[in-house]
Design a protein around this ligand. Structure first.
Ligand code: GYE
Length: 329
């Protein structure tokens, strides 16, 4: 009796299970207007403001191209402007972007100081700012993130190379980038941190990161310190191209003055192939994809990394010829 009861129970249980599995799904209860989760925003929803600082160098041209090409391929609406190396132009471009109600502003600041007011205006308008390439000296609460190179490290690397080239010490000159720019300040600082004590920087002048200004600065150095310059630390390849024109015109040969440059542009690679530059410290301008990825994350309120430093290395003449065709800028 007990046993047959158990069997019946088992059979009816099995039948019940079978029935539930085969039964057509009950019609869904009329949706009780549950709040639909907001669809994640994509690059196509992004209007990005990029108040570019200028067109002073091949690095900058490549940086602009990276933003324009990435925006076109992702469907990002890019509000682009060129400030011609003037901070006031960048500030008014940012103000106009705030008025237009862009989603995110990516700012490559020409100089480090003087951004507090406009960054506060963006913050009050709830528009996040990504500082790109060079740094700003502003309270970290005024911008969402910084993506760019470690300029101090680039200066450190440049000094390591100069130390190797002048093991017995010597006198060198420095052609510095735009005065007050994060790139020039960081590179100068990093270079001095690592430079051997037997190497003396006898003069430093800005060439504003351009070929046109790099040349007369070097001409003046060559006149003033004729026969006394063993090396030159030049903050970018464009100024190095200008400086080499001056060195050639003064009748010097490749290698007479050891040159360390920064960027790793095609022009810099050509200078290495021709023997004028002994090491080119990489600085990567192709920041468009990373910045736009981060901007979309910001639109979606995702957690992001505040400081993103680009991974870079140093290039030498021995591989320059082989690598030149692969260079993208
Ligand atoms: O090295 C130079 C450009 O800010 C890293 O600016 C950038 C620098 C780059 O004009 O060529």
């Amino acid at each position: 009796m007990k046993k047959s009861f158990q069997i019946m129970l088992f059979v009816s249980l099995m039948l019940a299970m079978l029935f539930t599995a085969c039964a057509p799904a009950a019609p869904a209860a009329p949706a009780a207007a549950a709040p639909a989760a907001a669809a994640a925003k994509t690059a196509k929803d992004l209007t990005l403001c990029y108040p570019q600082l200028g067109a002073e160098s091949d690095w900058r041209t490549a940086n602009t191209a990276s933003f324009k090409e990435t925006a076109a391929s992702l469907g990002v609406k890019l509000v682009f402007s060129d400030a011609q190396q003037k901070q006031e132009n960048q500030i008014s471009a940012i103000r106009s972007c705030i008025q237009q109600g862009v989603n995110v502003i990516a700012l490559p600041p020409v100089v480090e100081d003087g951004w507090d007011a406009v960054l506060t205006e963006a913050k009050n308008a709830n528009i996040p700012v990504i500082v790109v390439d060079r740094s700003v000296k502003a309270d970290a609460s005024l911008y969402a993130a910084h993506i760019g190179s470690n300029m101090v490290l680039e200066g450190n690397r440049s000094a390591d190379e100069m130390n190797k080239l002048l093991p017995n010490g010597g006198s060198i000159v420095e052609l510095s980038g735009t005065t007050g720019s994060g790139a020039a300040v960081g590179r100068a600082k990093g270079f001095r941190e690592k430079l051997n004590k037997n190497i003396t920087i006898i003069d430093t002048q800005t060439g504003n990161f351009t070929r046109a200004e790099g040349k007369p600065v070097m001409e003046a150095f060559l006149k003033k310190y004729a026969g006394k310059i063993q090396g030159a630390f030049i903050h970018n390849d464009d100024m190095a191209i200008g400086a080499v024109e001056a060195i050639k015109a003064a009748g010097l040969k490749p290698g007479d003055i050891k040159i360390i440059s920064i960027d790793g542009t095609r022009g810099g690679f050509q200078l290495m192939i021709d023997g004028w530059v002994q090491a080119d410290v990489e600085c990567n301008p192709l920041l468009g994809p990373q910045v736009m990825d981060l901007a979309v994350k910001l639109m979606n309120g995702e957690k992001i990394t505040k400081e993103v430093l680009t991974d870079e290395s140093t290039y030498y003449p021995d591989k320059a010829k082989e690598l030149l065709p692969t260079r993208k800028y």
